[in-house]
Design a protein around this ligand. Structure first.
Ligand SMILES: *Cc1c(COP(=O)(O)O)cnc(C)c1O
Length: 367
């Protein structure tokens, strides 16, 4: 059985909305689905303002610009995450400073953050890694603006409140492999009226609302298209279904892998995880992945720890034992909403055999 890492779940709803957007002729960013999508998201995550943009990476850049992060500033970023937060900090001319993650959550370690704060620290990007919220109460106590990256955390909760509600600005991605998707897409959410205005200004050419073709700031064009918003709106209407469908897949894996000697991603006491990609760890990862891949199962090693990237050498301020260990041992199993049980069983059985003593000859360590 050929089993991909991920697959998107699109229903008649998204197809009809996208068709409606196209037939209306409003295929760029001025169309009714953009506002609908933003309102539906704001309700869902309990925020006053949602600004939809091209993707999660531009949402991060927009958030950084809105809180006026620029050259000379430092932004504390977790050492284990998809690279976008670090890249966005560089894009606005500031320096990311890597903090290690904790063993009990795999999210940014507040003790590390405390150690790394200087008078140049302008923000913390708190990434809700793999659908697990950060320790926000502790992070907020430092009094430095938090940008929450909830790109992998649709449907997760921190102390019963939805992820996406904890940053001065919080961002989401709606890339095709994320829990809620618009094809390409992202958003920035905030409760601060002035910040919201500033983000809308930057995201639309720096053009003031009051006076057409008058520009006080250098803007971008970060606007999401009406077609993408139509797809995203349909997905937001299916939010509960799409979140719980992934959690069901995780539950099936949990049961099937109960006696398998792999470590499941840890979940801290404050967190309600929303499974994005089912993640496990083993010191025998290379061999295990080779067996899975040999069975046409697209399991994949997690990201390289960011401090190991030469590009970010001047962001390294420590040794990052936890991030490095997780980066060397963790990997993703195929996960998507409504993944069929026979595919889940096939992955679990192959994994079981791989981490047991039955490593087929010829499948040695590969990286
Ligand atoms: C996917 C992702 C992003 C980037 O989102 P895009 O929409 O792909 O630009 C940013 N941060 C994290 C943590 C992500 O997982």
């Amino acid at each position: 059985m050929n089993i991909p890492l991920s697959s998107v779940s699109l229903s008649e709803r998204e197809i009809n909305y996208a068709k409606d957007a196209i037939e209306s002729g409003w295929i760029s960013s001025s169309g009714k689905y953009v506002a609908r999508f933003e309102r539906a998201l704001a309700r869902r995550i309990g925020r006053q303002h949602v600004i939809s943009v091209l993707n999660g990476t531009t949402a991060l850049e927009l958030a950084l610009r809105a809180v006026e992060v620029g050259p000379g500033d430092e932004v504390i970023v977790p050492a284990l995450t998809f690279v976008a937060p670090a890249a966005a900090v560089r894009t606005v001319g500031a320096r990311p400073i890597f903090a290690d993650i904790t063993r009990e959550s795999w999210t940014i370690d507040p003790d590390e953050v405390r150690r790394l704060i200087t008078d140049k620290s302008k923000a913390i990007i708190a990434v809700d890694v793999l659908g697990h919220p950060c320790d926000f109460d502790t992070l907020k106590s430092f009094g430095i603006p938090i940008i929450e990256d909830a790109a992998e955390a649709h449907g997760a909760c921190y102390r019963s409140k939805p992820a996406g509600g904890f940053g001065l600005v919080s961002v989401f991605s709606f890339f095709a492999n994320k829990t809620i998707s618009s094809g390409e897409g992202g958003c920035a959410a905030t409760d601060d009226d002035a910040l919201a205005d500033r983000m809308r200004l930057i995201a639309y050419h720096g053009m003031t609302k009051e006076r057409p073709y008058w520009h006080d700031v250098v803007g971008h064009n970060f606007c999401m298209t009406n077609i993408a918003a139509a797809i995203g709106f349909g997905q937001v209407e299916r939010w509960d279904e799409l979140v719980s469908a992934r959690n069901c897949v995780a539950q099936e894996y949990d049961e099937l892998l109960r006696d398998t000697p792999v470590q499941r991603r840890p979940v801290a006491s404050w967190a309600t995880e929303a499974c994005w990609l089912y993640t496990v760890a083993t010191p025998r990862r290379a061999r295990t992945l080779a067996v899975l891949r040999n069975a046409s199962i697209d399991a994949r090693a997690i990201w390289t720890a960011l401090p190991a990237l030469p590009l970010y050498a001047d962001s390294v301020h420590g040794v990052y034992p936890v991030a490095r260990e997780v980066a060397k041992t963790a990997f993703w199993l195929p996960t998507w909403a409504h993944m069929p049980s026979d595919a889940i069983r096939c992955v679990a059985m192959t994994l079981n055999a791989a981490v047991g003593s039955h490593i087929p000859a010829g499948l040695g360590e590969v990286s």
